[in-house]
Design a protein around this ligand. Sequence first.
Ligand code: SF4
Length: 341
Amino acid sequence: MTQEAWLSKRLSDGQVLCQACAHACKLQEGEYGICGVRQVQKGELQLLVYELVSAAHIDPIEKKPMFHFLPTSKAFSVGTIGCNFSCLFCQNHSISQYPKENSHKIVGQKLTCKEIVALAIEHQCQSIAYTYNEPIVFFEYTYETAKLAHESGLKNIYVTSGFETRKAIDLLAPFLDGMNIDIKSFSDEFYRKICGARLKPVLEAVKYAYQKRIWIEITTLLIPDKNDSDEEIRSIAKFIASVDTSIPWHLSAFHPTYKMLDTPNTPKATLRRAYKIAQEEGLKYVYVGNIDDEDYESTYCPRCKEKVIKREGHIGQYVTNKLNEKGICCYCGYKIEGVWT
Ligand code: SF4
C-alpha cells in the first residue's frame, strides 16, 4: 500500500528530496531511494510499505534490547521490508534487503496503524517497537501508529541504526519514548565499506535524540578483527560517556551470517574486555548480549553495587527486578536512570 511520504521536499530542479534519513536521496520520477521502499511517483515521494508489515511479534522488551525501560514488559514489535543500510552482517537481511535483492518488489501483510495498537492492547503489551528493519525508512507508518499508541497509553520504541535526520527526530520526539541506537563502529571506513552508510550522522542522531529527552540505549555488535580493538571500543565508550554516563551500552556477540560467514563468533573474552573498558570510561550500565553470561547482563546499582535487576538467558529475558516502580534501588535508595512507569 502506498502513502505520500510527507517527510520530503520538491526541489527547484524537479527532483524530490527525501528528508527522512541522512542519505538525503534526491530522486527523479520513478527512482527509488537507497532503502528501496520510497519512490517518486507522479512527482510525489511515496512510501511503498505503508501499513504493510513483514513481521509482527510479541517480544520481551529485553529482546530489543532495552534494559532500563519497563523491565519484564512485552513490546508489540513490527517491521516492514527495506533498509537504508546494507550491513554485510545483517541478521534480518531477508527482509531488510528484500527490495534491493528482488528487483524492487514490495511484499508485506496488511496491518493498519489502528490494528497494531489494538493488537498491542489485546496482548497486554506496554509498548510498540518499530524494529526488525530500519524504522526510519517507514517513518510515516511509525509516526501515525505512535501517535495512536500514545493516545491509548502505550509507549513507542525505535530500534534503529541512528541515521534519522533532525527533522525526523523533531517530529518523532513527542511520541517516541525510547530508542535503541546502534553504534556499529567508530570508523567511518567501517560504516562506508561494511554498512553502506557513514559514522557522523549516527553520532549526531544520538546526541540530538538525547537532547530531545528520548530515553536512549546503545548497542554495538563486536565483530572479531573488524571493530573489536581496545582503541575502538574505548572511543565508542568515551563518546557515550561524553553524552551521558547513564546511557546503557549493550555489547553484543557476533555470529556468522549473511555475507560474513567466514568471520568467527565473538569470544566471551572479547565481550568481557569491552565491558571492562566501558567501565573504565565511567559508563554506569554495561551489558553483554547474544550470549549467556548472567553476571554481565544484570544491572548493578552504581552506588551500593548490589545486583538490582538480575537477568538470565540468551537474551536476558528471565528477569528478577529489585527496583521499585520508580526505579529506586531497594538496598540504598539510589534512583537508577531509565523509564520505569
Ligand atoms: S529513507 Fe530511503 S529514500 Fe529517504 S533518504 Fe533514507 S534511503 Fe533515501
